[in-house]
Design a protein around this ligand. Structure first.
Ligand code: ZN
Length: 159
């Protein structure tokens, strides 16, 4: 980007020098050739300027996204869930009207906000899944439900 700016400044100076020199050219044919050359340089400069403007707009949008993410990022704190699964949980004071939730630690560290979904719960375990990176882990401490109740107790079919 910086190189493009210097190249653009150099091309602009070349164009300005050409325009200044144009008034000193007395030969009509030579003058016409220089005018065509200058026009070509002007069109190239307009194209470069347009590309630079597009780059600037894309960078500004990215900067806004980064600033928004940094502000959002500060709303979360790292938590360790049993047996040692790291997640980022929204701070209670920052939660507002949102329900309590966790976001994926790997995605967080890659500057991406991705909700962790509790896709299954039972026997003290909660299975969390991130649909962005594929994180899929059980958390919690397994609670043995004990022998099945009802039936003869010999098998789940009671036979
Ligand atoms: Zn993830």
């Amino acid at each position: 980007m910086v190189g493009e700016i210097f190249a653009g400044a150099s091309a602009f100076k070349s164009l300005a020098d050409g325009v200044k020199a144009l008034s000193e050219i007395k030969d009509a044919k030579r003058r016409s050739e220089v005018e065509v050359d200058l026009l070509g340089k002007l069109i190239a400069l307009q194209s470069d300027f347009s590309a630079l403007r597009d780059s600037k707009e894309a960078i500004e949008k990215e900067l806004v996204k980064i600033k928004d993410w940094n502000a959002d990022k500060a709303r979360y704190e790292m938590k360790s869930l049993e047996p040692g699964v790291l997640v980022y949980r929204v701070k209670e004071v920052e939660r507002g009207s949102e329900p309590p939730h966790e976001i994926c630690a790997d995605c967080y560290n890659n500057d991406k906000k991705s909700l962790l979904h509790a896709v299954a719960k039972g026997n003290g375990l909660t299975r969390y899944k991130c649909y962005s990176c594929g994180f899929d882990e059980n958390t919690g401490t397994f609670i043995d439900p004990g022998p099945a109740r009802g039936g003869s107790g010999d098998s789940w079919l009671g036979v």
